[in-house]
Write a protein that binds this ligand. Structure first.
Ligand code: C2O
Ligand code: CU
Ligand code: CU
Length: 463
């Protein structure tokens, strides 16, 4: 379980000191893996934040290369967003100060280094952020951190026999995104959790570089999904399987009152949507915790072991929040974004990973939007692979997928949306509070190898 770090109070400001550092982590017995982390050897602490608080993030880079930290899902001024434009050189400290303006939810922070986000996140530069509401408690859902409220950062990794992490050795690893056969959950292989309460809230984050998973219980037990990327759903949605692509989050409430152990699994989907990867027969668990079957790779995520005496939990409310109506008539403009993967990789930005035919260029502003306006972004995936499309600064709403309204659990606040091959998704976004015509925010594919290879663009918000 990542430690909870609520920062240090300094007058009206809450300060978080974050040090990017290299270290060694024991994922296996008697083997140390070189890794990087934040205030620890792999990953970072759970940053505990209260909505409305003024926070100061001091990020010191003790690594031997440039790095950044980005607050994924957060609405902050562009100069504090932690993109490639806020590069932290080795030995330097970067300070970001902003007010937390989020609904209670799980967010995360991670490296966004120029062309190096993939390897840096893979080696450990990421961590969760839990935003709680102004009263200091989350809501009427389970909210005792580490007891009945547990974040799960799910990441697949490939290890060599020497215990070292293997990163993107082939063009295939870049094309498909880097995938491994071992699943780490909060940096641990195959964890078990002793559950003390009838209801357990799990905050799932797909923190993988590229894999898309369907999460489900081995017994097919259903659960309630209570929140998406940026906040609560209006009402809980009963589900037995939830799909998350890299960057996406979901909060679920699981009923353990029957007292029987529950194994949470993640089935990996191939890059081409709808198809499970692998396809090989056999049912053995490998070195790590993946099993290949005719249905594809299945990973063990968490074994929930209920105590003999479970403490009663408050029933999940039938209504969680009220969200503004999804009203496209407010939009003043529609922009189109076409995601493409060409052949002939290797030529920088030519025929590779593009949005609207362009590969990421830090010196080019691709879109200029007006402060205090609402827009429709129509995103089309013209490639053969699925891509999670992420937009900085905003929590958007999904208007439709291929012209049809999204399923209930996608009607909430989102900052990342998965697009199947050939799919067209329309998003409704509002730009407010912060204008800066010089410093851009990013939009990009959250398969980190695609992001690094150029499937990213920049927008500014102008007053
Ligand atoms: Cu999670 Cu632009 O990033
Ligand atoms: Cu982001
Ligand atoms: Cu992609």
């Amino acid at each position: 379980m990542p430690v909870l770090y609520a920062g240090q109070k300094n007058g009206a400001i809450t300060e978080y000191d974050l040090t990017l550092q290299s270290g060694r982590t024991a994922f296996f017995d008697n083997q140390f893996t070189p890794t990087i982390g934040i205030n620890q050897s792999y990953l970072g602490p759970t940053l505990d934040m209260v909505n409305g608080a003024d926070v100061r993030m001091s990020v010191t880079n003790t690594l031997e290369e440039d790095a950044t930290l980005h607050w994924h899902g957060f609405h902050v001024p562009a100069r504090y967003d932690g993109t490639p434009h806020q590069r932290i050189a080795p030995g330097e400290t970067w300070t970001a100060q902003f007010q937390v303006r989020q609904k209670p939810s799980l967010f995360w922070y991670h490296s966004h280094a120029h062309r190096r986000a993939g390897p840096q996140v893979y080696h450990g530069l990421a961590g969760p952020i839990i935003v709680r509401d102004d009263e200091g408690r989350t809501d009427s859902l389970p909210h005792e951190y580490g007891i009945d409220d547990v974040p799960l950062i799910v990441q697949d990794r490939a290890f060599g026999s020497d215990g070292r992490l293997i990163y993107a050795r082939s063009m295939h690893d870049i094309m498909m995104g880097m995938r491994g056969d071992t699943l780490l959950v909060n940096g641990v292989i195959d964890p078990a959790f002793e559950c003390q309460t009838e209801l357990l809230r799990l905050r799932l984050l797909n923190g993988s570089n590229a894999r898309i998973y369907d999460f489900e219980f081995e017994t097919q037990q259903s659960f309630l999904m209570t929140g998406s990327d940026g906040g609560h759903l209006e009402a809980p949605v009963r589900m037995s399987r939830i799909r998350l692509s890299p960057g996406e989050r979901a909060e679920i409430v699981v009923d353990a009152s029957h007292g029987v152990p529950l194994q949470l699994l993640a089935r990996s989907l191939s890059g081409e949507m709808g198809m499970m990867d692998g396809g090989m027969m056999g049912g053995r668990w490998g070195r790590g915790n993946s099993r290949r079957s005719s249905e594809g790779s299945v990973f063990k995520v968490l074994l929930i072991v209920p105590n003999e005496q479970l403490r009663p939990s408050t029933a999940t409310p039938a209504k969680l929040t009220t969200l503004p109506a999804i009203d496209p008539s407010k939009a003043v403009k529609t922009r189109r974004f076409v995601l493409e993967m060409g052949m002939g990789m290797g030529m920088r930005g030519r025929g590779g990973f593009t949005i609207n035919g362009k590969s990421m260029d830090m010196a080019r502003i691709d879109e200029r939007v007006k402060l205090d306006t609402t827009e429709i972004w129509e995103v089309e995936n013209a490639s053969m692979m699925a891509h999670p499309f992420h937009v900085h600064d905003v929590q958007f709403r999904i208007l439709d997928r291929n012209g049809r309204p999204p399923p209930e659990h996608e009607m909430g606040l989102k900052d990342t949306v998965l697009l199947s091959s050939r799919e067209r998704v329309r998003l409704l976004l509002s730009f407010k509070d912060y204008a800066d015509s010089d410093t851009p925010y990013m939009y990009h594919c959250h398969i980190l190898e695609h992001e690094d290879a150029g499937m990213m663009g920049q927008f500014v918000i102008e007053a």
